[in-house]
Design a protein. Structure first.
Length: 93
């Protein structure tokens, strides 16, 4: 960093550390079905998903990237509503 907190020419600004916004767990009959995690990257948001097969193996589709936390939240809300319609219980961390 340059004098008085100013950056020297060509010196990139440091990006804020990603922070977790929320996590949703979906279970059906007590068995994990999916996990959705929203992460704020400062200039965008990411939703990570983990989907569990009946065998216990997991698949990680995505990640899904959004311009704002509102868009990421809307995506997770719709996914949670679909999982609830399919009979899943939803919990939050």
């Amino acid at each position: 960093m340059g004098i008085g907190g100013l950056r020297a020419p060509g010196e990139a600004a440091s990006a804020p550390a990603p922070r977790q916004l929320f996590v949703r767990h979906a279970r059906r009959d007590g068995r994990p079905v999916a996990l959705l995690r929203a992460i704020d990257n400062g200039d965008s948001c990411t939703v990570e998903a983990e989907v569990y097969a009946t065998t216990g193996a997991s698949v990680r589709p995505g990640p899904y990237r959004f311009a704002t936390a509102g868009e990421a939240t809307a995506f997770v809300t719709e996914a949670v509503e679909a999982l609830m319609y399919l009979g899943c219980d939803i919990t939050a961390d």
